[in-house]
Write a protein that binds this ligand. Structure first.
Ligand code: ADP
Ligand code: MG
Length: 661
């Protein structure tokens, strides 16, 4: 062992991956990266533990399938093909009552001989005993789990000389076979493990139990039609408990009892890593470590059923008990002595896959992006698959993880999106309303322009002739009063017509530079302000100059101010605020008057809408204001409250004008 036989063990089926990050979270060595929206396995980091395959509910992770290689070996019959059955088989084939039937099925599939790898485990156990006795001052990490060995080689390369220099039971069995039957024999290991497929060149193919079942199904091999038979090769003893956690130490009778022993036995994807880290730091370096990456090989990813740990364990116990009851110990001892000379040594070399930590600044940037600024922001909830937010951020910088894997961050982002979406919807609603409104006003404008145009000429004639008649009448003429009224009313009509023309934007503007603060003060001076009304002009801008048509714009402000005065018969305040930036000036004209009822709000700019009595209001003030503001490419909006229950009543007109027209 020491060099992975095959490069890639696990693949992603692209169209099935839904990027849920579960595999990224569950991978104990962070060997999965999101590339182009797909969770890809990085083969150079992968230790073949199979966690990603087991946790993917979409079945998007598939393991290297070697069935066809085995089929070719069995069909071409160029060399005898031997099956090496892993000791965990009683936990897999719980549906087959007798192991002799299973060996029969394997023979029917085409295997010439079937070997029990548990005898390899018996041999290996002896070598461990010897190793520990010969080197009592040295401690080791057991080498029986290939995923653990890959982990040490890749991520703790300084510890490779602490991996017990002994082969796995699989390789021990292969060496026994080669010695007995020659190198021509082909060996196929069958077990619960993915990592075995990459463990050693001394095995031709490694299959999983799941793949074996698929072959049985393909060739319709079932238990009822086979000839039962014993294993070929030496019979095993306690090596059969190898696949259960504590298998090796029980076999060795080494004590992992806290008070006396110097063996630490553990399993599972978190604990094996932790034990190795502590071992490297020297905290438990005087203990031998017996570690399995899975919770015992009986929960290996190549088992067809991933649950029922205790049932599987009981099946192993039952099998071992039965075997130990009938075992011919003398024969077994003879076999052990017979193969004692076998060289079961193995060396390991470092395959460093560690990546140095990125710069602090980069890590802090990622943390800040995920909203982790204060110590209290570091929830370390583990939802991302990393123990701490800090470790997660390192992986994000290295490109192995995504910020979106942080659940609190993603939820917060989602909330913000929902809020933003609500905001945009609200804006859209308002824009739609405004659009409808301006469409209506545009229609009104067209009609008004038509009427105004038609009225202008006859009105001119009436004004001219009534003035001529008035001039010709003597001062004491009784008709003079009536003609004067005609002149006055004709003038009024002209005023209305010119208001309509303004609204319809038929007039042009003549802009010049104006100091808007002074201009607004001047507008207030141009209207008669009753003594009970206070006014103020408040400027919040440094540059008060902008380009407007002062003759037109004065009508805008005086109209709004007059309306405000008329809405405050009992007195009140008119406060004008001027703000803006280098592109726009914003003017807010606020009064403390009666306010505008909700139902009138969308009629304000419609010509002839007035709530004032006949003779007092024409309803042309605000349409004129609207027309002039539009001519200046500006915007106007109104906010008002007429209900004292909702707070102080009053109205605020907001006008935004570009500085340059
Ligand atoms: P008019 O002043 O001739 O009625 P306007 O177009 O100037 O016409 O105003 C239309 C209507 O809008 C007014 O009749 C009034 O009901 C309402 N209005 C405008 N400004 C205010 C204000 N500041 N406070 C209360 N109501 C207002
Ligand atoms: Mg008015």
């Amino acid at each position: 062992m020491g060099h992975a036989k095959r490069n890639k063990l696990v693949f992603t089926e692209k169209d099935k991956c839904r990027v849920c990050f579960t595999c990224v979270r569950e991978c104990p060595v962070k060997a999965i990266k999101i590339i182009n929206g797909q969770a890809e396995v990085l083969s150079e980091r992968c230790i073949g533990c199979g966690n990603c395959v087991s946790v993917c509910s979409q079945k998007a992770k598939v393991v290297l399938d070697l069935k066809s290689e085995v089929e070719i070996l069995l069909q071409t019959k160029e060399a005898p093909v031997f099956a090496l059955l892993a000791p965990s088989f009683p936990a897999e084939f719980t549906d087959i009552n007798d192991y002799r039937i299973l060996t029969g099925m394997l023979r029917k599939l085409g295997f010439e001989k079937v070997f029990d790898v548990a005898f390899g485990a018996d041999l290996v156990a002896r070598k461990y005993n010897q190793l520990l006795e010969d080197n009592s001052e040295q401690t080791y990490i057991s080498s029986d789990c290939p995923a653990v060995v890959f982990y040490v080689e890749h991520f703790h390369p300084d510890l490779v000389n602490r991996i017990a220099p002994i082969v796995s039971p699989m390789v021990a069995t292969a060496r026994l076979i080669k010695e007995t039957y020659g190198n021509n024999v082909k060996t196929v290991f069958i077990g619960p493990c993915f990592a075995k497929k990459a463990e050693s060149d001394e095995i031709d193919v490694a299959l999983t139990f799941k793949e074996l079942r698929e072959l049985f199904a393909k060739y319709s091999i079932n238990e009822s039609e086979v000839e039962a038979g014993e294993f070929d090769g030496p019979e095993s003893a306690m090596g059969s408990i190898f696949p259960v956690t504590r298998g090796l130490s029980q076999n060795l009778k080494k004590n992992d009892n806290i008070a006396e022993g110097n063996v630490i036995v553990d399993s599972g994807k978190h604990n094996f890593k932790e034990a190795i880290k502590e071992f490297e730091r020297g905290e438990i370096s005087n203990y031998n470590l017996e570690l399995l990456c899975c919770e015992g090989c009986i929960l290996g990813p190549g088992m067809s059923e991933k649950n029922k740990y205790f049932f599987k364990r009981s099946q192993i116990s039952k099998y071992v008990k039965e075997k130990m009851n009938k075992i011919d110990i003398q024969k077994w001892n003879e076999n052990i002595s017979k193969y004692n000379h076998l060289d079961l040594s193995q060396t390991f070399s470092p395959l460093d896959r560690r990546i140095s930590d990125p710069e602090q600044e980069e890590i802090q940037q990622v943390l800040a992006r995920m909203g982790k600024i204060k110590t209290s922001d570091y929830l370390n909830c583990g939802a991302c698959g990393y123990e701490t937010c800090y470790e997660h951020a390192i992986s994000v910088v290295q490109g192995y993880a995504e910020s979106e894997m942080c659940l609190p961050y993603t939820i917060e982002k989602l909330h913000k999106y929902v809020d933003d979406l609500n905001d945009s919807n609200e804006k859209l609603k308002n824009t739609k309303l405004a659009l409808k409104h301006s469409e209506k006003l545009a229609n009104m404008g067209q009609i008004s322009a038509g009427i105004a145009h038609e009225l202008n000429n006859p009105l001119g004639v009436i004004t001219m002739y009534s003035n001529i008649i008035l001039d010709e009448l003597k001062s004491e003429d009784p008709l003079r009063k009536d003609v004067a009224l005609i002149v006055e009313q004709a003038h009024r009509c002209k005023g209305i017509v010119s208001g309509l023309l303004n609204f319809a934007r038929k007039n042009k503007i003549k802009v010049q530079e104006v100091d808007i603060v002074e201009f607004l003060q001047h507008s207030l001076n141009s209207v008669v302000i009753p003594a009970n009304i206070k006014t103020s002009v408040n400027s919040g801008i440094s540059d008060p100059f902008l380009m407007i048509d002062p003759d037109q714009m004065i009508q805008v402000f005086t109209n709004i101010e007059k309306n405000a005065i008329e809405a405050m018969p009992e007195g009140g305040e008119i406060n004008i605020f001027i703000n803006g930036d280098d592109k726009h000036v914003e003017i807010n004209i606020c009064d403390t008057g009666s306010g505008i009822p909700e139902e009138n709000m969308d009629k304000l700019f419609t010509p002839f809408f007035t709530t004032k009595e006949i003779g007092k209001g024409t309803g042309l003030g605000l349409p004129l204001v609207y027309g002039i503001i539009k001519m200046h490419s500006g915007k106007i909006s109104v906010k008002s409250n007429s209900n004292p229950k909702m707070g102080p009543t009053g109205t605020e007109f907001k006008i935004t004008l570009p500085r340059i027209n």
